[in-house]
Design a protein around this ligand. Structure first.
Ligand code: ZN
Length: 404
């Protein structure tokens, strides 16, 4: 069989609800978008529930589902994917936390949860924490953007069921991590020992001495939240027999790609923001399809205002016009979203999102516009996030036969 390659475009937060100021149309219904509509008209369309009908997905759980995993089976928290996003190579069983560099006083009261919005020197501070040993538990630590960081505890029998050491407010003492289940006792103990060791390693660190000398708040502690356990999941390249790469601006999404075993490609100008160079992402994806069987591109598509969202859709459309002109017949293209982010909510909702699959030999339905209302009449019907990879594998002539 003639095996195809797969280009999966995920428009982050694209789906919406009718907006009063747009005459009760959704931004996708209101925006001019000839290229997106061309793909819908020449492909097969439907609605996709990222997790399940009515479930409000996170970007992380939704990406797992779109990559073909059951998030209810492999997801315990966002920590591991953040950690993968800042370059930590995780092992099954690792417990990962999201962290902030913070400022505490001598009584360990939290003065500032962002250490005076520290931007520089966190790499050096992270080095002072990376490699600390707490008994048989090894600590891995990396700086993230600004005051953020990622902490990994590696050892036998650890559990993610511990409470945060981040009190999420100012002027209160740093809370002890508590086990939420009996078997998390050792993990809570290790995390508390790490908190003490971190304060010791950071309080007189040259970076902090310099900050204090300049009248800035020292980043003299790190506080942890959002723990998760890295699952023992089959890497995507093995699961599907695909050489896979991801293109994304946001660290969390890079982490999602890395965690499932994809290569993450850096594209100059491709930030995680709305100013991202979408055409550069499309060109990079086409290039990558020369060497990879599956390329995933994440593009941020949500914004607080309807008018802004329409502008983003127009820019996505320019990207699709480039793909329309350059896409070869050996590629199956899918476009969808990881969740709806209705402008009225400014947060993720449980509404399904449009999905379109286009390629040589793909059945075409009567849908001619890429929007929530039109695709509901399409030939894909209503599918779940986890259904997408098997559908794409089949249309790429790569699916294994089930049975004789
Ligand atoms: Zn998202």
């Amino acid at each position: 069989m003639d095996r195809r390659k797969i280009l999966l475009l995920i428009f982050d937060g694209l789906g919406d609800r009718p907006v009063a100021e747009l005459g009760h149309k959704t931004p996708l219904e209101a925006a001019p978008k000839p290229a997106l509509d061309w793909f819908a008209a020449n492909g097969i369309n439907g609605l996709l529930d990222p997790i399940a009908p009515g479930v409000r997905p996170g970007s992380d759980t939704s990406h797992l589902a779109l990559f073909g995993y059951d998030p209810y089976e492999v997801y315990t928290g966002r920590g591991p994917f953040e950690a993968a996003g800042v370059g930590i190579t995780l092992e099954p069983g690792d417990i990962a936390f999201r962290c902030n560099f913070v400022t505490v006083d001598e009584d360990m009261k939290v003065l500032d949860r962002r250490a005076g919005r520290i931007r520089e020197g966190t790499e050096e501070l992270a080095k002072a924490l990376d490699g600390i040993k707490i008994g048989r538990v090894k600590v891995l630590f990396r700086a993230g953007t600004e005051h953020r960081g990622a902490l990994v505890l590696r050892g036998k029998g650890l559990s993610p069921r511990v409470s945060d050491t981040d009190p999420h407010e100012h002027g209160v003492p740093v809370p002890e991590a508590k086990p939420l289940v009996p078997k998390a006792k050792g993990t809570a103990k290790a995390l508390n020992a790490f908190t003490r060791a971190a304060h010791k390693a950071l309080k007189d660190h040259p970076v902090n001495q310099e900050r204090v000398a300049k009248g800035e708040m020292p980043a003299n502690l790190v506080l942890a939240r959002g723990p998760g356990q890295f699952p023992d999941l089959a890497p995507l390249p093995e699961k599907y027999g695909l050489k896979a790469a991801g293109i994304a601006g946001v660290a969390l999404i890079k982490g999602m790609c890395r965690a499932v075993g994809m290569d993450v490609l850096e594209v100059p100008g491709a930030t995680g923001g709305l100013d991202t160079d979408m055409v550069a992402k499309a060109e990079a994806a086409l290039d990558a399809l020369g060497t990879y069987d599956l390329v995933v591109v994440n593009v941020k598509a949500a914004d607080g205002k309807a008018s802004e969202k329409i502008r983003v859709i127009e820019r996505i459309d320019q990207m699709m016009a480039v793909l329309k002109a350059k896409l070869g017949p050996e590629i199956v293209l899918a476009m969808t979203a990881d969740h709806s982010t209705p402008v009225a909510l400014a947060d993720h909702s449980g509404d399904p999102v449009p999905v379109t699959v286009f390629g040589e030999g793909v059945r075409v339905d009567d849908v001619s516009s890429f929007d929530e209302r039109s695709v509901a009449k399409g030939g894909l019907g209503r599918i779940r996030g986890r259904d997408l990879m098997p559908i794409l594998m089949s249309l790429a002539n790569r699916a294994e036969k089930y049975g004789a």
